[in-house]
Design a protein around this ligand. Structure first.
Ligand SMILES: Cc1cc2nc3c(=O)[nH]c(=O)nc-3n(C[C@H](O)[C@H](O)[C@H](O)COP(=O)(O)OP(=O)(O)OC[C@H]3O[C@@H](n4cnc5c(N)ncnc54)[C@H](O)[C@@H]3O)c2cc1C
Length: 205
């Protein structure tokens, strides 16, 4: 297996590989190359991207609950960090996560923090959530492969890819991205524990 770390590529001999990479990327990396039909099926799987604008503020109680989903706004979800846990931010700070689902490379994806804040602010003001003067600082986090998309026919394409990958000894797919399943953190952890147990039971750990 070739591993790229800090720009350098080195070879690693492993008994097994647990893969959390996006499925289409993994399929393109394998040597020997996967059959063209598998490559084609993997190419039809895709992920919705997410760009999160984090806005630090001293204002408290921005939302009535930890997160709220929206229609008719440029963002699809707002989340208030101090509503998840009061010690998540430094003392006297709170943070609003403004989440935009998009496709990597589209105009939203390419927007700067200033542009996304300008797009959001009229709605935040109108909804009584935040005023421009209450913004202390802001930064962006981009997740290109956030949500596996259930395109028409995705089951057949995923099945074709999985059937091929399952024949490769020592390779296990894991997690939302790796398994192409829309599962939450708790399910990801549960599956990771189960996989670790099965690897250990097979004498691998
Ligand atoms: C903004 C946001 C809010 C969320 N809120 C919640 C929530 O409230 N509750 C909840 O249950 N879930 C939530 N989720 C979903 C949750 O975070 C995911 O379901 C979970 O993290 C998926 O875990 P995973 O191990 O499958 O993937 P990840 O945690 O994404 O792990 C995949 C790993 O693979 C690595 N990787 C990918 N490509 C490569 C590569 N080419 N080379 C090397 N490494 C690579 C990545 O760096 C990463 O470490 C949220 C997600 C986001 C983005």
């Amino acid at each position: 297996m070739a591993v790229q770390q800090a720009g350098a590529v080195r070879g690693v001999i492993a008994d097994g590989v647990v893969c959390t990479l996006p499925v289409p990327q993994l399929v393109q990396m394998l040597t020997p190359a996967v059959p063209p039909a598998v490559l084609q099926a993997a190419g039809k799987l895709g992920y919705l991207s997410l760009i999160v604008l984090y806005v630090v503020t001293r204002k408290t109680n921005l939302l009535a609950t930890s997160y709220v989903y929206y229609l008719g706004r440029p963002y699809h979800r707002l989340a208030e960090m101090n509503k998840f846990c009061t010690t998540l931010c430094p003392p006297d700070e709170n943070m609003l996560a403004i989440e935009f689902s998009c496709h990597a490379g589209d105009p939203i994806w390419r927007s700067s923090a200033d542009e996304l804040l300008a797009l959001s602010m009229p709605h935040l003001v109108q909804d009584g959530i935040l005023e421009p003067a209450q913004v202390v600082k802001k930064f962006l986090v981009r997740a290109p492969n956030a949500y596996p998309i259930r395109y028409l026919g995705y089951r057949e394409n995923l099945e074709a890819v999985r059937t091929h990958l399952e024949q490769l000894p020592g390779l296990a797919l894991l997690g939302r991205t790796g398994e192409y399943q829309y599962i939450d953190s708790d399910q990801c952890m549960e599956r990771a524990i189960e996989l670790a147990d099965s690897i250990a039971a097979a004498g691998g750990g």
